[in-house]
Design a protein around this ligand. Structure first.
Ligand code: MN
Length: 419
């Protein structure tokens, strides 16, 4: 029988009792604390904790999830099953306690959401074969599309944690060095602002410096997942990316969705990862269902549009290198991960043009502009454009969803002298 809650949850909600993602919120300018989303409500875990209804030590009257993340998978599972118990239709503890319900449950419309995690480090992978092939085809030609290392290494770069921002935060078009076809580079605002459809996963428990995480234990280190938009300035990227990879092209902002969905909530959606040929080196070899079937959709709304239009649909399961392989590779040197570190997938493009996860691919470098419902066209993102990514796993009669990550592109915040 399907588990149900005494809190009414609409059938198409991303947040039924099967999900229970974690976030950080405040009300009326008060202190941020940890909450769980259920339907259209936020459940204040610091209230339940103070009432002695959750295991100790106390980790929820805090402005980030980090302390809870550091406790490890067994503790996460205990809290999750306790919350499912307390929210179940047939449990009177909270259901029939009017005062506690008043204190613990707030409509999501009445709360302010905060960045849920204090992020120490951020690493962005490049793990979609379709995306890497598309990029390589555009920049190096079809015959050299995949670099020779790509099928052996889960390629990544170390990103910038300080500019990871919450959904709803405006993103300012960056200045940078841009190289015209002929002549020396100039300092100018990027003319080719792009999004990247990605998913991110937070490290819960880390590892000691010098001690790699084995691939078959890697999954237990992840606390949960969010949607990610890895904003990219393609003209800055093109001029700077060789030989050390992206630097300024991606450090102006990276947007994440506010609710962290636990791997336990996503477990029913594990599925086969794409076949890997050649076989990975043994430290990356981990067969079985390691991918997750998570539907992803990208929507674009210009300033003159009254509602967003869908511009791409993809799926997290297309990712070639799965999350356990990425973590095993990240730590094979002994690099230490810490609670709250963020790893992201890289752009999640699928096999066909309607599944491409960036404007660069959708319009193929601007050669096939996208026509919007207003008749406007887009090669890349313009000022005022709102870009939204949503994602959900489809269960039997319910969804485990991520809500959305939205950001609006704005003209540069600080005007610089062009030269
Ligand atoms: Mn990226």
């Amino acid at each position: 029988m399907t588990l149900t809650s005494f809190i009414e949850v609409p059938a198409d909600s991303h947040f039924p009792i099967q999900n229970l993602p974690y976030g950080v919120f405040s009300t009326n300018g008060g202190t941020p604390r940890v909450g769980v989303r259920i339907g259209t409500y936020v459940l204040d875990l610091s209230v339940l904790e103070a009432a002695g209804l959750l295991p100790q030590p106390s980790v929820f009257a805090q402005s980030s999830l980090n302390a809870f993340m550091a406790q490890g998978r067994e503790a996460w599972r205990t809290v999750r099953s306790r919350l499912q118990e307390l929210l179940a239709s047939d449990n009177p503890t909270l259901r029939d306690h009017a005062e506690m319900r008043r204190n613990a449950l707030t409509p999501v419309a009445d709360v302010t959401l905060h960045l849920p995690v204090e992020i120490g480090d951020y690493t962005d992978f490049y793990s979609s074969k379709e995306h890497a092939t598309n990029m390589g085809t555009m920049f190096r030609g079809k015959d050299n599309a995949l670099m020779p290392n790509w099928l052996y290494i889960p390629v990544a770069y170390h990103g910038r944690a300080s500019s990871v921002v919450l959904s709803g935060t405006d993103v300012y078009r960056p200045y940078g060095q841009i190289k015209p076809e002929d002549g020396p580079p100039v300092l100018a605002p990027s003319r080719v602002m792009d999004f990247e459809l990605e998913m991110g996963y937070f490290i819960g428990t880390g590892n000691d410096l010098g001690t790699p995480i084995p691939v078959d234990q890697a999954a237990d280190h992840f606390f949960g997942m969010v949607l990610v938009n890895d904003w990219s300035a393609r003209d800055i990227q093109r001029w700077e990316y060789q030989p050390l990879g992206p630097f300024l092209a991606k450090n102006m902002a990276t947007s994440i969705s506010p609710w962290v969905v636990s791997l336990d909530a996503l477990e029913p959606f594990l599925c086969a990862a794409p076949p890997q040929d050649p076989a990975p080196l043994s430290y990356l070899d981990h067969a079985g269902d390691q991918a997750y079937d998570i539907n992803l959709e990208v929507l674009l709304q210009s300033e003159s549009m009254t509602e967003p239009m869908s511009i791409a649909r993809s799926n997290f399961k297309y990712m070639y290198w799965h999350i356990a392989q990425q973590l095993a590779h990240h730590t094979i040197t002994g690099c230490n991960m810490r609670p709250g570190d963020l790893m992201a997938s890289g752009t999640l493009s699928g096999p066909t043009p309607d599944t491409y996860g960036s404007m660069l691919e959708i319009t193929w470098r601007g050669e096939n502009p996208l026509e919007l419902t207003t008749g406007e066209t887009r090669k890349f993102l313009q000022d005022g454009d709102r870009l939204t990514i949503t994602g959900w796993a489809q269960g039997d009669g319910y969804q485990v969803g991520f809500g959305e990550v939205m950001g609006r592109v704005m003209a540069p915040r600080t005007k610089m002298e062009h030269s």
